[in-house]
Design a protein around this ligand. Structure first.
Ligand SMILES: [Ca+2]
Ligand SMILES: [Ca+2]
Length: 431
């Protein structure tokens, strides 16, 4: 019996809540309690009256637009057809209206005296008297609108313009081969911005951010800014996939005005180069020598195999495999100085005067290597056998001594796993 009483009481309460809900929204209006305060704003970022607060209550789900209309009839969109759910309420919790902060900034529009060639994404209303209109359309297509007035005074209307936006070159090959590995992005910013973002825009809207080069001028400060873009390789990132991308720069100022400029950039043969010396010799070693002991003035021969296990071709120079050095020579002897971005096989030994004095191409032209432009490359996924020889012309200060191999990416790095590969003891004998 007591249980039944309790159930009846609960049911009554539930009915009461539903009734309360209905009573609260017995008013058939879709939009209620609409206000914008204060009625005058001075959007200049000085912290005083910069922002007004717009409030409203929806009694049904609706799409909401907020528009400002100037004295000359010009309409400025702030929100357009945005879906919003009704403000839920019942007898126990009072309705909590929507609150929207309005800083005077509306969707971008052009003014007759504009010289800025890019897109104005968001812009402050110029000084003037405006009507604001909040309109809502429910799922049944019923539309209601409420309006009031707003004065804008002392608006700071200058835009943070991005002028002279250039990408040069417009096509590059970020793959660390020393050729066209960088592109340079440049603009002139006309006034202080809170932020400037520069990015490549991918086909699915993804953004590849490009960092500003640190110089005397601070990011966001008025003046000329430049960016040196290598596809992200120098921070260990793979470049975006090959293709043509919009390059976008967006500046935003402290009151929320935003502008955007766009250019284009093509990436070709992009990727992080990866190569190694592989252990493929019959004895399980990476480096095979013709002897462990050699008479003075006689010649040592070696064989090793290089593998390009990356996704981009690696560039090389000479001399060709099979070339023979005297032990007191180095690679300059054959006219092949170090070249930024080129890969070479090197041999080094304990008492050498410089790093890897004996160097060879990472394959043979027309056999392992393919020509791209004026240069020779070992294609992705390919292996090449490299041979070479060194004629021992004098007895080294240490004897026996170790000889080892390396795979050098000139002016970039010798990665740890490609350095001091497979050292062997060699004895040089005098007659
Ligand atoms: Ca102000
Ligand atoms: Ca390149």
């Amino acid at each position: 019996m007591r249980l039944l009483t309790a159930l009846i009481a609960l049911a009554a309460l539930a009915v009461g809540l539903v009734v309360a809900h209905q009573v609260l929204y017995a008013d058939p209006r879709l939009l209620r309690d609409v206000s914008l305060k204060p009625a005058t704003i001075t959007p200049n970022g000085d912290g005083k009256d910069d922002v007004a607060e717009l409030s409203y209550v929806l009694t049904r789900n609706a799409r909401v637009s907020i528009t400002f209309v100037g004295a000359d009839g010009t309409r400025y969109d702030f929100r357009h057809d945005q879906p919003r759910s009704l403000n839920r309420t019942n007898a126990l919790s009072p309705v909590e209206p929507y609150h929207v902060l309005f800083s005077g900034v509306v969707n971008g529009f052009r003014r007759p005296d504009d010289r800025f060639p890019g897109e104005v994404v968001a812009r402050v209303l110029p000084d003037g008297d405006y009507a604001w209109i909040v309109s809502a359309t429910d799922d049944a297509g019923v539309t209601e609108a409420v309006s009031g007035s707003l004065q804008v005074r002392e608006a700071d209307t200058a835009l943070p313009e991005l002028l002279d936006f250039t990408v040069s070159p417009e096509e590059f090959t970020p793959n660390q081969d020393g050729l066209d590995d960088h592109t340079f992005i440049n603009y002139y910013l006309t006034r202080q911005a809170e932020s400037v973002q520069v990015y490549l825009l991918g086909p699915n809207g993804e953004r590849y951010a490009i960092a500003e080069r640190q110089r005397g001028i601070a990011p966001g400060a008025p003046g000329r800014h430049d960016y040196d873009y290598d596809g992200g390789i120098n921070v260990g990132l793979s470049p975006p996939p090959d293709g043509t991308y919009p390059v976008v720069a967006e500046a935003q100022d402290r009151i929320g005005q935003r502008v955007r400029v766009t250019s284009r950039l093509t990436i070709r043969d992009g990727g992080i180069p990866r190569a190694q010396i592989v252990a493929t010799q019959p004895d399980g070693h990476a480096l095979q020598w013709s002897a462990t002991s050699v008479m003075i003035s006689h010649t040592l021969y070696f064989t090793l195999t290089v593998e390009n296990y990356g996704t981009v071709p690696i560039r090389t120079t000479g001399p060709a495999p099979g070339t023979c050095y005297d032990s007191d020579q180095n690679f300059n002897r054959f006219g092949f100085a170090e070249e930024s971005g080129a890969w070479r096989v090197g041999i080094d030994f304990d008492t050498s005067l410089r790093n890897y004095p004996f160097r060879w191409a990472v394959g043979t032209q027309g056999q392992d290597l393919v020509q791209i432009g004026r240069y020779w490359y070992l294609p992705a996924g390919r292996r090449a056998t490299v041979t070479g020889c060194i004629r021992l012309v004098d007895v080294p200060p240490r004897n026996p001594l170790q000889f080892w191999a390396g795979l050098i990416h000139e002016d970039v790095e010798i990665s740890d796993f490609n350095n001091r590969v497979d050292p062997h003891w060699i004895t040089v004998q005098e007659p």
